[in-house]
Design a protein around this ligand. Sequence first.
Ligand code: SF4
Length: 353
Amino acid sequence: MDNEAQRAFRRARATTRDLTRLARNPKCPTLRLGVAARVDFNAYLKARGAFAQGEQSPFALAFGNRFESRLHRDGELLKALVAASLVPEGDDAVLDLSAGAWNEAGLKARAARTADQLNEAHAGARAPRLMVHPVLPLPLGSDAPTLYVVPDALVRIDRVFRPVEIKSFPDLGARTDKESLRAARLQAAVQVLALRAVTRGIDPDAFVPPLAVLVLGRAGSLGPRAHVAEDLEGEIHQIETLAVPAWRLGILRERTLAEAHVAPAAGLDGEPVAYTERCASFCPLARSCRDRLRAERRVELLGDKPAKTLAPLSSIDAARAAVSDPSAAPPAAQGIAGELAEIARLVPLRPVR
Ligand code: SF4
């Protein structure tokens, strides 16, 4: 792959979503390399005649963008925060930090403006109630790039700013879509981490709690509903202990490939995958990975639980052979005859289409 083709597969910058994807499957070498090398998965799949999965449909994306724009444009965001009793009525000072280029220099300038506002608020000076699209740099370690996190907003509650994450899916209480909520909480966790990093630079002793404000669609209307997402510590832990180390592993792999003169996008084809049932909900490569598993007749196609039990076997065919004649199973699978029989009963080991 020449340099020009390589550039076509590379995105300009890494995003919060990259980090949250890694938190969902840090064991997948393909995802790690793709994220660390900023591979544009859509361009990569298109060049191979394949389709992306796990992404929002263009319709859902446009609806979400319109929902967020309207909230900012018509002051509905502030009204939703007042309605949820998170901020008092009458303070509508909004600072829009959206202007500026999305390149390194532009993001740095916006990050400096955001830090100034946080600094002044911390010092007790008058600060806006709401900052729209602030920029919070999150260092990921000396061997990884700084991630510029751009929350939808920061809201000042009792002199302290909190991240605000806007999503257009409806808030249905206990029946709210779990996967969407999980993704939103992970995004909010990254924003808390970034806010902590910036706040530490202002006052090392300042405490930034593990909470953020989620603004979802109000069920049965096109309006918003705000609530505080508390106790994001679990998600923060997931980001710190799983996603960030996975990113660093991806960088190491990219460097090894570079030494062998292999471009990351070309390297993805040969990288192992660690497919799980949840991949389809967050990874654009899910469909292409399933095709690959089908071609290799891998046991992951049977589902997470059977795949874990059948891990000592190389393929579905090997599992079928072991079910029909346990004594001929490879030594590594000799201890799982009972489990094999149970799986064969529950999941017919037929050829998978
Ligand atoms: S879909 Fe494929 S690349 Fe993405 S996380 Fe799953 S196994 Fe990895």
